[in-house]
Design a protein around this ligand. Structure first.
Ligand SMILES: Cc1cc2nc3c(=O)[nH]c(=O)nc-3n(C[C@H](O)[C@H](O)[C@H](O)COP(=O)(O)O)c2cc1C
Length: 233
């Protein structure tokens, strides 16, 4: 069983709908640590030694945050800049994080079908998150395909509730080391065409008219059963 560290970064949690639910739904267990970066470091005064100790004490590192300008909130960037030190996390002698697993758990206002070549955001979420993936890779960690709640603005209360349950199962899956079943290729998670894009707009839809639903949103394979009512365009 793995120890999971959730590095949670949300600058305005009081306004959050999605992450507030995800945090509340996170299984409380001695194997799961939820570390709220904005609560711990409101002045961005990060305790590097403490963060490094936390990293060493866990096997799976989760970056949980809303997508802000196709990336993470600023404190998360500051955390990466300060904590992943040369000679510790990377470099010829920096092997402290080797063998650990990273999952990025994010929410995005944009719909799934917007995140593809034909969509209005042009690139996939995985492509936007490449700096995180590259960072994990450089530090010798395995980067799992991102866990994404898309189309947050259109989610109703029951959708968000269902996403909370899905997240709870995903954290359980991480504790149970579910990713090991994916070896040798963690990208096996990308089932159901998750790296493909639904055309935008889909064929036959007049310009300017958005369809009710887009067919592809299956980026959350760890849980297996993403709530169907959340499958938004
Ligand atoms: C400053 C800012 C930047 C944002 N940038 C993006 C973005 O680049 N792509 C996107 O899909 N949504 C973007 N959003 C929408 C948020 O991702 C969305 O509101 C959030 O994931 C909802 O989660 P919450 O209810 O926990 O706050 C942005 C929101 C804010 C406030």
């Amino acid at each position: 069983m793995a120890r999971v560290l959730i590095l949670f970064a949300h600058p305005v949690l009081e306004k959050s709908r999605v992450h507030r639910r995800l945090v509340a739904a996170t299984p409380r267990s001695e194997r799961v640590t939820v570390h709220d970066l904005y609560e711990e470091y409101p002045d961005f005064d990060i305790d590097v030694a403490r963060e490094q100790r936390l990293l060493l004490d866990h096997d799976v590192i989760v970056f949980q945050h809303p997508l802000y300008w196709y990336s993470g909130p600023p404190l998360l960037k500051e955390w990466l800049d300060l904590v992943l030190e040369h000679g510790w996390a990377y470099g010829s002698e920096g092997d402290a994080l080797h063998g650990k697993v990273v999952l990025q758990a994010i929410s995005a206002g944009g719909h799934a079908s917007a995140y593809c070549e034909e969509g209005y955001n042009r690139w996939t979420i995985r492509q936007y998150l490449r700096p995180f993936e590259g960072t994990a890779r450089l530090c010798g960690m395995t980067y799992l395909p991102p866990w994404v709640v898309f189309g947050t603005h259109r989610l109703g209360a029951s959708d968000i509730e269902a996403w909370g349950e899905a997240w709870s199962r995903t954290v359980g899956w991480l504790v149970d080391e579910g990713w090991r079943d994916l070896e040798p290729d963690p990208n096996a998670l990308l089932v159901e065409g998750a790296e493909e894009c639904a055309p935008w707009p889909p064929p036959g839809v007049p310009e300017g008219v958005q369809p009710e639903r887009a067919p592809n949103i299956a980026r959350n394979a760890p849980v297996g059963d993403v709530p169907s009512e959340s499958r938004e365009p």
